[in-house]
Design a protein around this ligand. Structure first.
Ligand code: FE
Length: 206
């Protein structure tokens, strides 16, 4: 029986393709070798899933919307300014804030892998790590944004920022209309994770 390229592809497809399976295999191996402690691992996962998440970034955005001195400081030295609020650590060593305006819409991707500002946004969503997003965000950002429901005016420029291990980005979306006089806590409720990646807008004021 001939062994053509289709058979070859098929042979590969029976291998576990689900990243979760690979993670399990790695975890088992490292545990058996005594290199990791499952309780410590669970504590780290719990931290990044429940304690560190987009609510941190939302607080930064809400403060930037309400406090002009903070806003200036944020754009002149993002890493230091957010560290002063207690947001620093792994995957957040160098962070740059990007300001959305009527004329400029910023969107963040990591074309190489999944670099992301963990201390501010937590763990990246699955789509952020997908091949499709990583390739298409650069090639056809307006189309990708439209698929996320982000419709931009024709005269709004789109800027695509490629995250790296050295540099992560936080998009500061535009403050929703009708929120004059709102507290930072109220404002933070409107800030979505996707609005800080650039693939969404904040919620409307109700
Ligand atoms: Fe990366």
């Amino acid at each position: 029986m001939p062994h053509d390229s289709n058979d070859h592809t098929h042979a590969h497809s029976v291998l576990p393709s689900d990243p979760a399976l690979r993670v399990n295999a790695l975890e088992t191996l490292l545990m058996r070798k005594g290199l990791i402690d499952l309780n410590a691992l669970d504590a780290i996962i719990d931290t990044y899933q429940n304690k560190i998440g987009p609510q941190n970034g939302a607080m930064v955005v809400a403060r930037a919307w309400s406090d002009s001195a903070f806003c200036n400081s944020l754009f002149s030295d993002t890493t230091k300014t957010v560290a002063d609020l207690g947001f620093y650590g792994r995957q957040g060593e160098h962070i740059v804030a990007l300001q959305n305006t009527d004329k400029i819409h910023n969107i963040v991707v990591c074309t190489l892998c999944s670099c992301y500002p963990w201390p501010l946004l937590g763990i990246p969503p699955t789509w952020y790590k997908s091949d499709a997003y990583r390739a298409r965000a650069v090639r056809e950002p307006r189309k990708v944004l439209a698929e996320f429901g982000v419709a931009l005016l024709n005269d709004t420029s789109v800027r695509v920022w490629d995250s790296t291990a050295e540099l992560r980005y936080l998009v500061i979306p535009q403050r929703p209309e009708g929120t004059e006089g709102w507290s930072e806590l109220q404002l933070a409720e409107l800030v979505t994770r996707d609005s800080m990646i650039g693939t969404g807008f904040p919620k409307d004021a109700q």
